[in-house]
Design a binder for this molecule. Structure first.
Ligand SMILES: *Cc1c(COP(=O)(O)O)cnc(C)c1O
Length: 342
């Protein structure tokens, strides 16, 4: 049988031969001791792209998000998060375990909106109610199918948060995709938050890594917090080189993933008994509205040579990425149509 086509996530991409060469040839140093030149190059490049004074390289996006919560959230207070956000659902309650924060879920709508945030604020003031210290947004929003929050709506969130005296952290693991899809610059998005996390291991195709960039004040203690979380890395220039290679060679092709996602969505929407969320970016969410179980569809697709995931009991997720070309898309579309029909 031919190789399975893996649409489970954009994290499954394997480093290309050219990326591996860049890693092998990277100039390195001890980044915990006195700095690694490749890491420094990556941090300053990403900070500049996002229009922030400084950036710090992290082994994972999860650790960078948790560091941001730690840097800006005050233990024993609340952080406002959309109920379908990565920080709430996929970081195993690090908010509580590490940062000492209670999450106040903001519901209503597929992504965080200023109106819903405002409605979630506790009022009238009571000395007995928890105070809040932070708002978290996510762009693109994974749980909503890679949905983009346009910059005007993100600005409204920042303004609503600021009226309550709260900073905003932006989980921008896929902010690259949001920028490519809208033409809004990364810096314009990043200006809506005091800290932003961007990931290198999704659409950019690096094996691991993320950057936290931010305004001077929250970033002042970022190095210390990363070290405390166990995120100090030594010759990490090898990893930074992969991220730099991704920025040089893979950011410019990301629009292809969006085009292919739209093509996949259009074809799968023709299958009876399914509803497809029209994709803004590279994630296709397929809702099974005729009583099928997503796990059964995922298993049938696997038999037909395509890997995808059960997002929940009735929703299947497919993600387009660097390792999926037009030929793979054609094969995947046929197999998924068949798996969904059965
Ligand atoms: C993948 C992801 C993260 C975490 O990144 P890791 O590097 O896998 O820890 C955080 N937020 C969102 C929205 C993600 O998609």
């Amino acid at each position: 049988m031919t190789e399975p086509i893996d649409l489970r996530s954009d994290t499954v991409t394997k480093p290309t031969p050219a990326m591996r060469r860049a890693m092998a040839e990277a100039e390195v140093g001890d980044d915990v001791l006195d700095g690694d030149p490749s890491v420094k190059r990556l941090e300053s490049r990403v900070a500049e792209m996002l229009g922030k004074p400084s950036g710090l390289f992290f082994p994972t996006g999860t650790m960078a998000n948790q560091a941001a919560l730690w840097l800006q959230g005050e233990p024993g207070t609340e952080v406002y998060c959309h109920d379908d956000s990565h920080i709430v659902n996929w970081e195993i309650a690090g908010t509580a375990a590490l940062a000492g924060l209670q999450v106040r879920l903001v519901r209503g709508g597929p992504v965080l909106e200023a109106e819903a945030l405002h409605a979630a604020f506790r009022r009238p003031f009571s000395i007995h109610a928890p105070r809040a210290s932070l708002v978290c947004a996510e762009n693109t929003h994974n749980g909503a199918g890679g949905m983009v929050t346009p910059v005007e709506r993100l600005r409204a969130i920042r303004e609503t948060a600021a009226e309550a005296g709260l900073p905003v952290h932006l989980d921008g693991a896929r902010l690259w995709n949001a920028s490519v899809a809208t033409g809004t610059s990364l810096a314009d998005f990043a200006a809506c938050a005091s800290t932003v996390m961007v990931s290198f291991s999704k659409g950019l195709g690096a094996p691991v890594g993320a950057c936290l960039v931010g305004d001077e004040r929250p970033m002042r203690r970022a190095w210390e917090v990363r070290k405390r979380l166990g995120g100090g890395m030594r010759q990490s220039g090898i990893l930074a080189a992969a991220a730099l290679h991704g920025l040089d060679h893979h950011l410019g092709r990301m629009h292809e993933d969006h085009t292919r996602a739209k093509r996949l969505a259009t074809e799968l929407a023709k299958v009876p008994g399914v509803q497809v969320v029209p994709p803004d970016t590279n994630i296709v969410m397929i809702d099974l509205v005729a009583g099928q179980e997503s796990s059964a569809v995922v298993e049938r697709a696997k038999q037909l040579g395509v890997r995808c995931t059960s997002w929940n009991a009735t929703r299947v997720r497919c993600v387009l990425h660097l390792d999926i070309d037009d030929a793979a898309l054609t094969r995947a579309t046929a197999a998924l149509s068949e798996a969904l029909r059965a």
